[in-house]
Design a protein around this ligand. Sequence first.
Ligand code: DC
Length: 243
Amino acid sequence: MELMNTNSPEQARKRIPSQIAIDGPAASGKSTIGERLAKQLGYLYFDTGIMYRAVTLAALRRLGGVGDETAVTDLANKVVIDVLPPTKADGREADVFLDGEDITWDIRTPEVDANVSPVSAYPGVRKAMTAQQRRIGLAGKVVMVGRDIGTVVMPDAELKLYIDASVEERARRRYLECVERGEQVSYPAILSSMQRRDQIDSTRAVAPLKPAEDAVIIQTDNLNEDEVFDRVMALIDPPGGPD
Ligand code: DC
């Protein structure tokens, strides 16, 4: 019996991309999808927002605020941020350390949310973070998530996704996450903080939030997590394509 290869030449050429860049605004669901995708593919999952959050926390604690650009940039070049596989089953995506201290949940507070965008707009802070992200991203197979991964950090990534949702839907998701963790939060406060962050993230001079020209944009307002994931997997492993 003769075995026939039923794959079309186009399907046969398709292979799983080594570098996958996922960008999008706050709480668009990009981290959840990125984490799941990395697990499915056996890739490193790297949420770059963690680094900007860690620098913000360091500035709030050590400088008493984030307004002094020179001091914050200096700090960004000095602090040691480690992101390691999670050792506790409390919903964390990773263990995050700042100079050896576990700050995993300290970087998720409304205070950090409210201050992280100005910090991430400082060019010197971005320079320091981008260099570290490239070194990690280009070393192996990775799903990297952020705001400028497809445009600046890994412009040659073979697959670029831009995960989007309306600001009201994203604020609703963030509100529910906080409530689940037992935090006292208000929806209007989260919504206005998110609108402010969107404005700063997408209008800053260096590496503003925007889809790369060759990114696949997925609008998630009316999609659940499984539906978004299925759409992403269809781009990587099309039905009927090679295993
Ligand atoms: O994804 P997040 O909400 O944890 O990101 C926190 C902040 O960091 C966000 O307001 C924008 C910034 N950020 C960035 O400017 N570039 C990245 N690659 C990742 C995050």
